[in-house]
Design a protein around this ligand. Structure first.
Ligand SMILES: C[S@@+](CC[C@H](N)C(=O)[O-])C[C@H]1O[C@@H](n2cnc3c(N)ncnc32)[C@H](O)[C@@H]1O
Length: 262
């Protein structure tokens, strides 16, 4: 399944986690990068508009926000929530538009087929001096919730004689941006200047049922692709038993920089 198809299928679980995870991190990202009234903003890999909505509020009626994502189901959800935002079902790696003042990309860069080239493209969409905010996961934040899901899915694939499932995200890429130092160094590598990284920390109480919604409502869902209904039901059952945490310690890194090159 393609990235867009996985996230289309994830829409119900994604919606469950919108007020708990996606919206708070999107709002924090926008607060850090600070779009000003009248500015042009691109929310790349926008999902259901977690960053696009607060960005639209910040730029006001004189500004403009484009929100771009491959998953039409999430884009439709965003459109329902934010009529003032221009949502597009499209690939950000080939997106072009008149220069932006601000680009945000929240939990998106590690899904791009080439994280460096894709992010360099996003930087190139900024005017010189324009600001980018790239938000990533801190190491270890997601594993307690998604790890038991991955283990159960891998066991079912093995039992069915399938090859091990490939994660949707580029695993090596995510590990290159999973600490403040690494994110900062990588933003410099892809050409950003004036870099700063903040940590977003927020603890959310989780039940196994809620944890399951995150697994099937995010990119992790790709791990059950190719399993039949009975196998997915066994993954579900095992997950409900195996989840060992009752808190999701959300730890995200918000990296900001500016486009220096003319
Ligand atoms: C984890 S979600 C985050 C969504 C949103 N930024 C948020 O924080 O709520 C990652 C999103 O990236 C999108 N995505 C991945 N690769 C993309 C690409 N090349 N172009 C556009 N969207 C992409 C997926 O469809 C998915 O909606």
């Amino acid at each position: 399944m393609s990235v867009g198809a996985v996230f289309d299928a994830s829409a119900a679980g994604f919606a469950v986690w919108t007020p708990l995870l996606w919206d708070p991190v999107g709002a924090a990202t926008v607060e850090v990068v600070g779009p000003r009234p009248g500015e042009r903003v691109l929310d790349a890999c926008c999902g259901a508009g977690a960053a696009a909505l607060p960005a639209a509020r910040a730029v006001g009626p004189g500004g403009h926000v484009d929100a771009v994502d491959l998953a039409g189901a999430l884009v439709d959800a965003g459109r329902d929530r934010a009529p003032g935002v221009a949502f597009h079902t499209a690939d950000v790696t080939t997106w072009t538009a008149p220069a932006y003042d601000v680009v945000t990309c929240v939990f998106g860069v590690f899904f791009l087929p080439d994280m460096d080239a894709g992010t360099a493209h996003l930087l190139g969409l900024l005017r010189p001096g324009g600001r980018i905010a790239v938000t990533t996961w801190a190491a270890g934040s997601v594993e307690p919730l998604v790890g038991p899901f991955a283990q159960a899915a891998i066991a079912e694939h093995a039992a069915a004689g399938n090859p091990p499932p490939a994660p949707l995200w580029q695993r090596d890429a995510a590990a290159r941006v999973d600490s403040a130092d690494k994110l900062s160094a990588w933003l410099a590598e892809v050409g950003a200047g004036d870099i700063a990284v903040r940590t977003f920390a927020h603890d959310v109480a989780v039940t196994p049922a809620l944890g399951w919604e995150l697994c099937v409502g995010s990119g992790a869902r790709a791990l059950i692709d190719g399993l039949d209904r009975a196998a997915v039901a066994r993954v579900h059952e095992r997950y409900l038993t195996d989840l060992a945490v009752d808190t999701f310690a959300i730890r995200a890194l918000i990296g900001t920089g500016v486009r220096c090159t003319p």
